[in-house]
Ligand binder design. Sequence first.
Ligand code: F6P
Length: 333
Amino acid sequence: MAIKKIGVLTSGGDAPGMNAAIRAVVRTALYNDIDVVGIKRGYEGLLNAFRYNGSIDSENIINMTPRSVSDIIQRGGTILLTARSEEMRTPEGQDKAAKNCRDLELDALVVIGGDGSLHGGAELIRRGVNVIGLPGTIDLDLVCSEYTIGFDTAVNTAMEAIGKIRDTSGSHERCSIVEVMGRNAGYIALWCGLTGGAEEALIPEDSATNNHEELEELIQRNRKKGKTHNLIVVAEGIGNSVKMAKEIEGRIGIETRATILGYLQRGGSPTAVDRLHASVMGYMAVDVLLQGKQNRVIVVKNGKDVDIDLEEGLNEQRVYDPTMYNILKTLSV
Ligand code: F6P
């Protein structure tokens, strides 16, 4: 079936590079004479695509032109806005979203988001909508892809912040606990722990890392070895970093401070890596449609951007690889 009109939305937590992806989807589609509507506020906007009188709600559905996406490749956040939709988690909501796709006469829907958002896309596929997924999340927690849009920028932001905390930690001869985002995944913690030269990274994938006695022994051992300060990166999925800092200080008598980096990791101008992948992935989302493919997700596998079946991708199982953690430990000797 020829593709005449598509919709594009961003969903879940925003991630730097989402705008570059929107730009690529819109421009590739328009270049190929495919109309594009931007759906604002993720699935919330799709669910509220129509007013009570049946007309399209322009607060949520907008026609995209090449100029709608001018000057956005360098901007963090998402011009289409985003939301976490509770209604989209229900079968009734999923039915309504699929119906709205049909009523909007969309031949395909491009969903840019993380695991939850793409699971929403899979529900639409089960209801007959042609969905193309793009992995957009700072967490890198999409099992089927080695890369997600926004991860690189978030890691660079966290790494830079850790460098600044290192300065003051060194001056005061303190132990610094830095909590980074990642939901149930420890990728941001591992990457910025390794690149920030941390002594330890506590990650949900390996419960052995979350051993406070060993951590305290490590800090004390490091003191004896001449390390006057320590940097410990804690993944959000481990949590309780403020309490942890108080307990460490109370037990071993070394001044310990916690910093939760929080939402600053979600913002900022995307790095070249995020802009590049977002642009390639956005282009590919439309290209696979032109090839007549349906229900794909664009992912990075073995370092290459490729398209795979969306539902199969969501069913892949991640096996934890301790290599990076082991390198971090070796380099912090
Ligand atoms: O998925 C991105 C993320 O920033 C996670 O790292 C974090 O757990 C979550 O979103 C926070 O979600 P919210 O924006 O709803 O507070």
